[in-house]
Design a protein around this ligand. Structure first.
Ligand SMILES: Nc1ncnc2c1ncn2[C@@H]1O[C@H](COP(=O)(O)OP(=O)(O)O)[C@@H](O)[C@H]1O
Ligand SMILES: [Mg+2]
Length: 264
């Protein structure tokens, strides 16, 4: 890494515009991602998250604007950008007939790395898949599969990883597993840009959250900064008629909630 790369953000996005025919998807997107941080791009379905990730990973050309990844311009230096990133999409690149370990060895060989077996074992350990390593990927749960997919994309140690909706379609337990994986990645210095439709995911993981809405970033800040945008909580005193539930509780004199009134 050169001195310049250390000083500038890992990802810099300026005025990115993209339309598909008459559909204006991105209308001037700006943000920076600090090296080693987790940045969440939050937006509803169809907001343009995948379109932006595809532009940043050189799979798609922007109509206007610039983006630099690890100091390399996506339009001028696509090869260098690709060497600096990994991309994990919503749909896993796993070969189901192979074991988890064989999938990892295959990727290491495709990238012409030395000791593919050792790299695979290291990844299995990092992603808590050692025990499952010699089982076929068909037998993996959703969370294991997503972890294997992320592990495969990290072979070669790219400094920046794009995770496009990494937990969409996963059950709650698997989501937590993937969250732990993502936190671990950032802890070891990888810059993570993840997209999500889920507020709780951004809240759990991200150092900064940017909200993509109608083609632009409408808010960008830490969770604490975004929370401050809400008006302060108001305290109001109102006279309240006791409900049947209040009467019931007063009469029976205990705190058991009547049937059908359990907290959800
Ligand atoms: N290749 C394409 N051709 C035409 N329209 C597209 C193409 N890719 C995406 N879109 C449209 O652009 C909008 C944004 O899509 P996308 O970036 O996938 O959103 P998100 O990932 O936030 O759900 C959607 O309306 C989608 O239908
Ligand atoms: Mg998408």
């Amino acid at each position: 890494m050169t001195a310049d790369q250390a000083l500038e953000p890992a990802i810099r996005v300026r005025g990115i515009v993209k339309s598909f025919k008459d559909l204006q998807v991105l209308r001037g997107v700006d943000f920076d991602v600090t090296a080693g941080s987790i940045f969440a791009l939050l937006g509803s379905n169809g907001a343009g998250k995948t379109t932006l990730v595809r532009i940043l990973s050189t799979l798609l050309k922007a109509d206007a604007g610039t983006a630099t990844i690890h100091g390399f311009d996506v339009a001028a230096k696509p090869g260098e950008v690709r060497e600096s990133i990994s991309l994990t999409g919503q749909f896993a690149a796993i070969d189901e007939v192979l074991t988890g370990r064989e999938n990892l060895v295959l990727v290491a060989k495709l990238r012409h790395l030395k000791n593919p077996g050792a790299i695979a074992d290291d990844m299995l350990a990092r992603f808590s898949l050692t025990e499952a390593g010699n089982r076929k990927a068909t037998t993996y749960s959703g969370g294991m599969r997503r972890r294997l997919d992320i592990a495969m994309s990290l072979i070669g140690n790219p400094p920046i990883i794009f995770l496009d909706e990494p937990t969409t379609g996963l059950d709650p337990q698997a989501r937590i597993e993937v969250w732990q994986t993502v936190k671990e990645l950032a802890r070891t210095g990888t810059t993570v840009l993840l997209t999500t439709q889920h507020l709780d995911e951004a809240e759990q993981l991200a150092d900064r959250i940017a909200i993509l809405h109608q083609g632009i970033i409408i808010q960008n800040g830490t969770l604490a900064e975004l929370e401050q945008l809400l008006p302060p909580a108001k305290v109001e005193y109102i006279e309240k008629q006791p409900s049947l539930e209040d009467v019931f509780l007063a009469l029976v004199g205990d705190t058991t909630v009547p049937a059908g009134k359990e907290a959800r």
